[in-house]
Design a protein around this ligand. Structure first.
Ligand SMILES: Nc1nc2c(ncn2[C@@H]2O[C@H](COP(=O)(O)O[C@H]3[C@@H](O)[C@H](n4cnc5c(=O)[nH]c(N)nc54)O[C@@H]3COP(=O)(O)O)[C@@H](O)[C@H]2O)c(=O)[nH]1
Length: 839
């Protein structure tokens, strides 16, 4: 601290005097003290050097001539020290030459006081230098003060600027200034950030700014600046920019005119803010609002107390309640009697625990109807996890429910008849078995199969067949009790589940009742037709304890009914299972029959009834198995057909018959053809013309020596496909015979479509001739029809002379039967043909 200044209120100034003469010191001190100065004096220069360092006076007066250190040397020392260099020093000297004075000024002195002292001179010089010093000192202080203030303000400004920059950066808000007169523009740092530019590369200008603006917004942007310039006005625009990295951002630019004292100083001050995030949020809000307004789902928003505060238009569309109806109501105000309050209680517990609930509910509409709805409720919380709202979203699922019900119905019902299907039957049967087991009761399963329904389909077509099936279903439902289950298993198979049937007699009565539905003809169109049915019955618990067992056993019993003449019912017995096992054993054996050489052919001659001369022969398959013995074709051929084994077996028959016939021809026997039975599966499943062609080539038999026998029903199954196949066979040169003619439903016009050569009257019409006049009439009609169609005719099953006579009388071309010969092995046939053609 500067003590001289501190004490200046008490005195005019502090002065240090150094003189080796105490008298001088005393005199000067008195003069100056009287004048109001504070005086410190010493005779010792070195001591003075030290004390002045500790406390600086405002003036030092030094005697030039002193013994240890003269005044100039002492002065030079003061001037070296920073604390004392600025203190004015006056020398006291008796010397008055200019050289001495120059020396004094050179070491830093400011003046000289001559000895002896002149009172007035001393005061005048001292006053002058003290004043000068004090003025100078004051100026120095003021300067330093000013400098401090400048520093302070500069620091303040720098701080403010930093804050402004920070604020601009946080707000993504840049500022700019556009000077109209010069066209110059300046940008804040944040402007560069916003535009994605670097201040070291891009000069701020309106052009640079415009260059960043999205081309589609550029015109509007430029217009705003032009208008502002012309009208000295402001503007606010929103526009896009494209950043150097091709990113598009949304900006809001505001300009405000600012005019100086002269028009040339007019400028536009502006801000540009990056509002992209705001814009995106706004867009999201708009989208959310649009979703709320336009979604097909009903939306309710409630407060934390579950009071509805808003609903969307879809809510009104679905429920009929307007916003006014709903506002203020509780979230659950639409609850219907289909739910009890505890259902809602569970919902709210789930909302409390998990924050959401999703499920189906039936809710009331304004018109009193009840809507099935799929509902999602979400609890909304604020940042502090306080519950603020519930949002309930629901969609009307009545159509879905109806579809579900429809699908569920379709999945469990037969689409043609509307009866239960196998799936539903299984369910019901399982349930019925459980109940019957629990209550120790019985139940019956009745498996119904329509008799010869395939023939109906083949003759009248599937549409007709379908109508019959529907009528059968209607009659069954009509005849049975409401709690009996009637099912259609597929095709012409029906099943009745009759519960609580504890008495066999009851089941028999029920079966008779079912059979009675076939007593009346079915007449879906104009055609009336009788269709029969065969019933197989199994009972719980005796015949099985699972749906599969009971159905399978009823099925076996049904086959028994069929085998026993059809149109009847049979109960399941354990022997039937044995029969099924036999069938399985037979199938296993039949699969090995070709490889084990167990198959052979018998031949039966087809003769001229008049002369008895064999014209053709029919190949008839025989199977001899070491364990099963001789198995009749009636037993194994249906099995071969059911298992498709007829395909390899039929091929074997064809080849063997062609080989044998080739031998007979080669040996010169006057036979025209060998007839081979062809199963319907062979016509449908294998490429018969190709197979026949190949076998003829392999065996070298000429095609005209081969006749293929097909049944009437083969013609009716997929007639177009069969026709094409038969035409190809005819093209090979073989002949075709319709076997068992008269047992199917084929008409004359129908037959004309096919390239048939011969009709073979079924033996059932020949068997009772001459006793059955109807059979005679049928046989006659078939012979006449064949003649009118120019078809060959064969009567089979001729066993008696009367039958032969009848055929000769009717001019039947050919006959076949035991009367002429039984089917015989090839060697026997050779004998027959050689030995006058008799067996
Ligand atoms: N797909 C094939 N079917 C074949 C083949 N071989 C035979 N069969 C068919 O098996 C059924 C039974 O045949 P089968 O036991 O051989 O009986 C035939 C004759 O023995 C019998 N017949 C002949 N004359 C008389 C008679 O005077 N009285 C009488 N009670 N029966 C007699 O008729 C059967 C001839 O049948 P058909 O074919 O209708 O001319 C039978 O349906 C055969 O078709 C084969 O290789 N493939």
């Amino acid at each position: 601290m500067d003590h001289s200044i501190a004490n200046q209120v008490a005195h005019k100034g502090e002065i240090v005097i150094v003189d080796d003469l105490p008298a001088n010191l005393k005199l000067l001190s008195e003069i100056l003290s009287e004048a109001g100065y504070k005086v410190r004096s010493t005779t010792d220069p070195e001591q003075c050097l030290k004390t002045v360092q500790l406390r600086q006076p405002e003036l030092i007066i030094l005697d030039v001539k002193m013994p240890v250190m003269n005044g100039y040397e002492l002065c030079a020392e003061f001037k070296k020290q920073p604390l004392t260099s600025h203190i004015p020093i006056i020398f006291i000297s008796a010397l008055d030459n200019s050289e001495d004075r120059l020396k004094g000024f050179n070491v830093g002195g400011v003046d000289f006081i001559s000895k002896p002292f002149q009172h007035r001179e001393v005061l005048s010089r001292v006053n002058t230098h003290i004043s000068l010093y004090q003025i100078q000192h004051k100026l120095t202080l003021q300067k330093s003060e000013l400098e401090d203030r400048v520093k302070e303000r500069t620091a303040e400004l720098t701080g403010t600027n930093q804050k402004l920059k920070g604020a601009q950066r946080i707000a993504r808000l840049g500022s700019w200034e556009w000077h109209i007169d010069s066209g110059e523009m300046s940008w804040s740092d944040e402007m560069y950030h916003i535009l994605g530019l670097e201040d070291s590369i891009v000069q701020p200008s309106l052009d640079s700014f415009i260059h960043s603006v999205h081309p589609q917004d550029r015109l509007q942007f430029e217009d705003s600046f032009t208008t502002a310039k012309l009208n000295i006005s402001g503007f606010t625009i929103e526009h896009r920019i494209i950043l150097p990295n091709d990113q598009v951002r949304y900006l809001k630019t505001i300009g405000e005119s600012l005019s100086g004292p002269q028009l040339s100083q007019f400028c536009i001050l502006g801000t540009t803010q990056d509002v992209t995030e705001h814009k995106l949020v706004q867009e999201q809000l708009e989208q959310a609002s649009s979703v709320f307004e336009n979604t097909a789902e009903g939306i309710m928003v409630t407060d934390a107390q579950r009071r509805i505060i808003s609903v969307n238009p879809a809510f009104t569309d679905i429920t009929g309640y307007t916003e006014q109806d709903a506002k203020g109501q509780l979230l659950e105000f639409r609850y219907s009697q289909l739910h009890n309050k505890s259902d809602y209680h569970d919902v709210f517990i789930s909302l409390d625990e998990a924050g959401h609930w999703r499920g189906e509910m039936n809710n009331l509409c304004k018109d009193g109807s009840i809507n099935p709805e799929l509902i999602t409720i979400t609890a909304v919380t604020d940042e502090e996890q306080n519950l603020t709202n519930y949002i309930l979203l629901f969609s009307d699922i009545s159509t879905l429910k109806k579809s579900e019900q429809k699908l569920e119905y379709l999945a469990h019902h037969d689409p043609l008849t509307g009866l239960a299907n196998r799936l539903l039957l299984n369910d019901r049967l399982q349930h019925a078995i459980s109940t019957a087991a629990r209550e120790k009761r019985s139940l019956a399963v009745l498996f119904i199969d329509l008799d010869r329904f395939k023939d109906v389909n083949d003759s009248f077509g599937h549409t007709f067949g379908d109508k019959i099936l529907k009528q059968v279903a209607t009659r069954l439902k009509h005849e049975l009790r409401a709690n009996d289950t009637v099912a259609r298993l597929g095709g012409d198979e029906f099943l009745v589940l009759a519960e609580n049937m504890n008495d066999r007699r009851e089941i028999e009565i029920l079966s008779q009742k079912i059979l009675s539905i076939f007593n009346e003809p079915f007449a879906p169109d104009q055609n009336e037709i009788f269709v029969g049915g065969s019933i197989g019955i199994s009972c719980f618990p005796d015949d099985g304890d699972s749906p599969a067992d009971l159905i399978r056993n009823a099925d076996s019993a049904m086959y028994l009914a069929k085998g026993d003449g059809r149109f009847t019912f049979r109960f399941y017995t354990r022997e039937l299972t044995a029969a099924a096992t036999d069938r399985l054993q037979m199938e296993t054996a039949l699969r090995k029959a070709i490889d084990n050489n167990e198959l052979s052919l018998n031949y039966q001659p087809i003769v001229d009834p008049d002369s008895g001369q064999a014209q053709h022969i029919e190949a008839l398959l025989r199977w001899h198995n070491p364990y099963l013995g001789q198995v009749p074709p009636d037993r194994f051929i249906p099995l071969a057909e059911a298992t498709s084994l007829i395909l390899p077996i039929g091929e074997w028959v064809l080849k063997k018959a062609c080989q044998d016939m080739r031998q007979l021809i080669d040996e010169g026997h006057p036979l025209k053809r060998v007839s081979v039975n062809i199963s319907s599966l062979q016509v449908q499943r294998c490429d018969l013309p190709v197979l026949v062609g190949r076998i003829l080539r392999e065996t070298g038999l000429s095609p005209e020596h081969l006749d293929l026998e097909i049944t009437e029903t083969v013609l009716m199954d997929e007639p177009d496909k069969v026709l094409e196949s038969l035409n190809q066979l005819k093209a090979l040169g073989v002949t075709l015979t319709v076997d068992d003619f008269g047992t199917g439903y084929s008409s004359l016009s129908y037959l004309k479509r096919f390239p048939i050569d011969t009709l073979k009257i079924d033996q059932s019409f020949v068997r009772d001739i001459p006793h059955d006049q109807d059979d005679e009439a049928i046989a006659k009609a078939i012979i006449a029809m064949a003649r009118s169609l120019r078809l060959g005719i064969i009567a089979e099953g001729v066993e008696t002379q009367q039958q032969r006579s009848f055929l000769m009388q009717e001019d039947c071309e050919r006959a076949q039967g035991y009367f002429y010969s039984r089917p015989v092995p090839f060697t026997k046939l050779l004998e027959y043909l050689t030995d006058k053609q008799t067996v």
